[in-house]
Structure formats: structure tokens, C-alpha cells
Write a protein that binds this ligand. Sequence first.
Ligand code: 4AD
Ligand code: MG
Length: 450
Amino acid sequence: MRTSVKNLLNSATALDSVELAGWVRTRRDSKEFSFMELNDGSCLKGIQVIIDLGTPGSEEVGKMNTGAAVKVAGELLESPGQGQSWEVRATEVELVGGVPDDFPLQKKGHTPEFLRSIAHLRPRTNLYGATFRMRSRLAYAVHRFFNERDFTYVHTPVITTSDCEGAGEMFQVTTNDAGQAEEDFFGKKSYLTVSGQLEAETFACALSNVYTFGPTFRAENSNTSRHASEFWMIEPEMAFCNLEGDMDLAEDFIQFLVKDVLENNEGDLEIFAKFVDKGLRQRLEGLVGGGFERMSYTEAVEQLIVSGQKFDYPVQWGANLQSEHERYLCEEVVKGPLTVYNYPKSIKPFYMRANDDGKTVTAMDVLVPGVGEIIGGSQREERYDLLKAEMEANDLSLKNYGWYLDLRKYGTVPHAGFGAGFERLLMYVTGMQNIRDVIPFARTPGNCEF
Ligand code: 4AD
Ligand code: MG
């Protein structure tokens, strides 16, 4: 029975007989012994294995180089060395998979760009191993958050015919790209979804509180450190809920996730704090202890204007907030996370509920220092006539979106929801600066390796 390195390092007692397996990180030999650090990805740290050069299997020790896969049987003993509680004295070793000299991860300190080019090997580094363990833990925390609040998990489709955000940034799905849409696989044009929201709304209008969590796709040609063509989104949707309730949930959600990471990823957080962002822990603790500021879009624009700060994109009521504006608001104006609400109608999608001022809609974005927009959501337009008019104004076919309008015809209710970018959340809790480094295999314009 193989024990994980994590469990061995956390053992309460010494153990007579253990089996472990993993990949060699480092090895150093003396006359009689070989000292090997073995890592199996179960935690950041590896465990030291001491091999007496007379033990069965030790004839192959010379081939157990950095990157080689090795199995060990032995005893778990208290380690006399500093900073390490346990080590393994091998009674048997086995070279499972050797490694030639060209293994690319010999040295420490590779650049993120180089590691992206070997994305099939980078999970074997400390930093990326920690990143992907964090990703897994965070996904679990997402489900826990909603489960504890009685939200039903809905699997919205990946292939769809609707363009939720109305931005036309969709990847087409076709088996017949030269032919007519009617002759294509689904008998009409179909796409990879940009958001599960519209379908989630149908379930909220039946099961009350729901969420979807899955991959979403955007064919926008933006080569930034925060945009990916394929990313994961968490989208809760709540019936009988307004903008206020939506913002409350979004803020609680982020606090819950950050608290979970602080409590459960101690070991992995260490490496981000050390190599990526020295202020990480303080920033995360600050978010859990403090609250979110809230500010209307109009106030936010005023703040940016009075700041006198020079931006690449001019600040003007009616224009979208750019990432530089969002970050300035968080990092300089409120010095923490910020929820901005009531955006101009002209820059937001058709489904957002109109405010009485005739100019703004009940949109909200949650912005955090270092990342900018992490969540975008709104209360939805639940009034049939207003939604229909908005759909017509946006050239949405009432035939194709009739089902969506039906929700406003049969027992309509005020409802609201949001979308949280899973990778943006990960960037926030790890301090990692580029979205390509928190998703296993990044898809960005011109890049679809692996
Ligand atoms: O603000 P967005 O476009 O909102 C929606 O799609 C709504 N339908 C969500 C809803 O109300 N159910 O996207 C939501 C979030 C953004 O705040 C951002 O965190 C993330 O999704 N996001 C991206 N993440 C990575 N790469 C991209 N290209 C992203 N586009 C949006
Ligand atoms: Mg948005």
C-alpha cells in the first residue's frame, strides 16, 4: 500500500514499513549512501529518502536522476536534519521510469514563458504543482459554498445557439463549415457557450437558487494577462433576488473562498508568498477581516476624474471602465476590494434590468487589487415588455430566444446572478500574474498547444 508523501510528512509516529513512489527532485551520493528527495505532488514538500548502497535495487541508483520515477519501501524515521520532521530509510528501491539527460527541469528558476512551452511538464515544478493543487481546492470550496446554502448545481450546455453577452465573440461549432447552416449538424448555427447564464435563469425560475460551474469560451482577440479563450466560470442565479442580494452573495462568495484557502492551503501559500507576492497573506487576511467598498459607476467615474491620474484610456461617463481604471480604483482610491454598480445601459448586455433613471442598468462588477474585474453580474430584466423591446433593439431573434422571453411570461420574478471568473479568482489567491499560468493548458489567440 503506497502512502502519499503528504501523509508521511504529517505522520504522528514513526512507522516500520511504508511504501511510497514519486519523482526524484534531487539526489546526492556519498560513499555508502544516496540521499534523494522524492516528490509525488501530494504536497509542496518532498521527503528525504536515504538509500544504503547495499539495499536491493540500489544498483540502479545512478539512474535515479532528477525527473526519474522511483518506488521505495522502507521505514519512516524521525529526521535529525533541520526543518524536516520525517525521512525514509529505504529497505528496497526500484527505478520505475528513468530519465535521459535532456529532462528540461534540471535547474531551478525557469521563466514562466519557458514553462508554458513545456506545459506538459510544468506541474512537476514546485510553483505549478502548488498552483494546480490550489485550483483543485478552490473548485471544491466553490461547491461547498453553494452546497451549504442549498443551491442546486445545474449543468448548462457547452454547445448553444444563443449569444448571452451579445458581443458576437463566439467559436462556431460545425461539421460542415462550407455548407448552409440548415445542412449543418444541428440544422442551424451553433457555438461554444460564452456563459451559462441564460440557461441557468430557466432553472432559477424553477428551483430558486442554482449555480453552474463549467468551461466557457470567448473568441475575443485580446492578448492580455487576464483573458483566455477558454476559461471556467461560476454562475449562480437566484429567484426573488435583487441587485443588493446579488452583491451580498458575490462578496460573501469571495470571502468564503479566500478563508478556505487560508485555512487549508497553508503549505502551498508559502511558495506564492515567497516567490510571487510577498504581501499575499496580508492581502488575503485583509479581505477576510475587512469588507468590500461599494460605489456606483457614476461615483467611480467622478473619483477617477478628480484623481487627476493620467490613463491610457480617457475616463468619461458612458465609457467602459478599463483594467487600468479598475485597478486604480481598488489599489489607490479604496485600497481594497470594491463593488461598482449601476453601469450605463449602453455598455451592458440586453438582459440587465433597467433602472428608473433611463440611463443605467442594475449591473455590478466586483473589482480586486492586482486583478481588476473578478465578477460581473446583474439583476435581470424580469418585465416582459421591457425585455422584449431590449431584445428587438439588439436584433435578437424572438424565435430563437422565445424560450428566454417565456420566463417573463409564465410566473416571472425578480432574479439576479453573476459570473465569477475561476482563473481570475485563482490569480487573486495565488498572486500569479498571468492567466496562462493558472490554467493547465492555456488557450489564447494563436495558441492551442497540447
Ligand atoms: O462579465 P462577464 O462577461 O459576465 C457574464 O458572462 C455574465 N453572463 C455572467 C452572469 O451574470 N452569469 O464574465 C464574468 C466573469 C468576469 O468578471 C471575469 O472574471 C471572467 O468571467 N471572464 C474571463 N476570464 C478569463 N478570460 C476571459 N476572456 C474572460 N471573460 C470574462
Ligand atoms: Mg464583465
